[in-house]
Design a protein around this ligand. Structure first.
Ligand SMILES: Nc1ncnc2c1ncn2[C@@H]1O[C@H](COP(=O)(O)OP(=O)(O)OP(=O)(O)O)[C@@H](O)[C@H]1O
Ligand SMILES: [Mg+2]
Length: 311
């Protein structure tokens, strides 16, 4: 295990940001950390990277007690925090170079890596440009790229793809996937479910400082996603349809405008045939009808939603 946390908690002046979480991140895996705004993702990253001390709990990073030996941990990890960090007056290539120097990377390696990263992160055209003159997405790319100037066993990335366009995003994800294949362990936070699904071996869902579920993307979908989403669009408004559908067992109405109705069910075949029957019996004309597997995104929203209304 590259990361082990037990009963990890952090409060800021009475605000509980992380509320007693356990984590086990296998070495060489990509671990996705997902949750809505304010869930405690960034706080967890700061705890695991020794940037803030925990209120209570234990952290072991690469076999080192991180609370007792923060400096030893920091030497062996990489971190890209959520907030921007750059030196305004340095050019892109100089900032990579300088970051390498800070990490005592030898000259030849530094030069090779700078070139490689300029290529991978598509920074060629802007390599001489000062960081302060970059666009937000370009700056973020430089911030992520420079972290790869040094060797590390474990990398923490806090929403690295925010501000990146689709092709830059895909490039980064593929680069990370390859890095993971060479043995790098990656702890990755995101709001983008499709991204987590593409990249991560395991996903933990965090809400209000607590972990709601940890599993592989496939298992999460199996456990929570037996459900299908049925979408009905009517040619005219029929508010009575919702009431009629309501009577069908194992059928939850998620959305209803009278013309657009979204239903979730784990027995969708049965539900569909009953809906069709209702539509025919009541002479309701359908413009569109579809049944689709519930996506990870829907599962996530449901999980977070359910737990929000619990408290
Ligand atoms: N330095 C701080 N002082 C006081 N409260 C803080 C501090 N840092 C974080 N918090 C609070 O802790 C909670 C968790 O914040 P955190 O930044 O970890 O969330 P997050 O999951 O990273 O959210 P986002 O998706 O918006 O980045 C929030 O309620 C936040 O307001
Ligand atoms: Mg955050």
């Amino acid at each position: 295990m590259s990361v082990i946390a037990r009963s990890l908690a952090k409060s800021y002046d009475g605000v509980i940001a992380v509320d007693g979480i356990d984590l086990d991140v296998r070495s060489g895996s990509v671990f996705g950390f997902l949750g809505p705004n304010g869930a405690g993702k960034s706080t967890t990253i700061k705890l695991l990277t020794t940037l803030v001390p925990p209120t209570s709990g234990n952290i072991e990073i690469l076999g080192i007690n991180a609370v007792k030996h923060p400096l030893e941990v920091r030497k062996r990890i990489g971190v890209v925090l959520q907030q921007p960090s750059y030196e305004p007056n340095l050019s892109v290539e100089k900032s990579l170079e300088k970051y390498g120097m800070m990490w005592n990377v030898e000259r030849k390696t530094r030069i090779d890596r700078t070139e490689e990263l300029i290529d991978v992160f598509d920074l060629g055209e802007i390599r001489k440009r000062k960081n302060e003159d970059l666009s937000i997405g370009q700056r973020r790319r430089v911030q992520v790229a420079r972290e790869f100037m040094h060797d590390m066993d474990l990398l923490f990335l806090d929403e690295p793809t925010v501000g990146l366009d689709p092709s830059a995003r895909r490039r980064l994800l593929d680069f990370l996937k390859n890095k993971a294949k060479t043995g790098l362990t990656i702890f990755y936070t995101t709001h983008v479910l499709t991204e987590a699904e593409y990249l991560c071996d395991e996903i933990a869902v965090l809400n209000r400082g607590r972990i709601l579920a940890v599993d592989t993307p496939e298992q999460l979908k199996n456990t929570f996603g037996q459900q299908k989403t049925i979408k009905i669009r009517l040619s005219e408004r029929h508010h009575e349809l919702a009431d009629l559908v309501h009577g069908i067992p194992d059928c939850t109405i998620r959305f209803d405008t009278g013309t657009d109705i979204i239903i979730q069910s784990s027995k969708s075949e049965l539900v569909l045939s009953q809906i069709l029957q209702i539509l025919i019996e009541n002479n309701i004309t359908v413009e569109d009808l579809s049944a689709m597997p519930t996506t990870l995104e829907e599962i996530f929203l449901k999980m977070v939603d359910t737990h929000a209304s619990d408290s």
